[in-house]
Design a protein around this ligand. Sequence first.
Ligand SMILES: CC(C)(COP(=O)(O)OP(=O)(O)OC[C@H]1O[C@@H](n2cnc3c(N)ncnc32)[C@H](O)[C@@H]1OP(=O)(O)O)[C@@H](O)C(=O)NCCC(=O)NCCS
Length: 181
Amino acid sequence: MTTPNDRRQREGTAGPLSIRPALESDLSAINDLYNHYVRHSTSTYQEEPDSMESRFRWFRERAPGHPVTVALLNDRVAGWAALSPYHSRCAYRRTVENSVYVDPEHQRNGIGSALLQDLLSRARALGHHAVIAAIDAEQTGSIALHARFGFETVGRFKQVGFKFGRWLDVVYMELLLEGNS
Ligand SMILES: CC(C)(COP(=O)(O)OP(=O)(O)OC[C@H]1O[C@@H](n2cnc3c(N)ncnc32)[C@H](O)[C@@H]1OP(=O)(O)O)[C@@H](O)C(=O)NCCC(=O)NCCS
C-alpha cells in the first residue's frame, strides 16, 4: 500500500510528517496559513484576516476537549487542525466541529488525511459523539476528504454565505463516532 510518506518521497516533498498538539510558538504559522484562505478562498467565510492578538486569545481560551494540532514537515508547520464546540448550549457538549487547513504548497500529499485521522482519534478519546464539518459547497476537495473518513452529507444550506461577490451554499457533513454512545 502507498502511504502518504511514500507519496511525499516520490513527489519531492520528502521528510517525515509528524502531528502533535499545537504550541504557542506555532500560532504565527497557523495564523498565516489560515489568513491565506481568508484572503483567497471560500473555505472560510471570514473576510478579514485574523490578527495575532485574536489568534492568541482563540488558542488560550480553548478547553482541553477542543484541541488544536499541527502537522510538521521538515520541522515546519504544513497544516493544522482543530476541534471546536459546535454550539454553546450545554446539551450539544459532545458535538464538535472540525477544521483542517493545509499549506497550499503541500496539498494532495496526504497531510489533510493525516491531520483528520489524528483529530478523529483525539475526538474519540475525548469522548465526543458527533463531529460536524461545515464545508463551502465549492470545496469539493474538502468534501471528498471528509467522505473518505466516513462523514455523510446531512444537509445543505443554500446561499447562507456571501463572499467574493457571490452567494455560497454550505454542505453539512457528520460523522458519528462509534463506541462513543
Ligand atoms: C481540504 C484540504 C484540507 C485537503 O488537504 P490535503 O492535504 O490536500 O488532502 P489529502 O492529500 O490528504 O487528500 C486526501 C483525499 O482527499 C480528496 N481531495 C483532497 N483535495 C482534493 C481536491 N483538491 N480535489 C479533489 N479531491 C481532493 C482526495 O480524495 C484525496 O485523495 P487522493 O489525493 O488520493 O485523490 C486542503 O485542500 C485544504 O487545506 N483546503 C483549504 C481549507 C479547507 O477547505 N479546509 C477544510 C475546511 S474544514
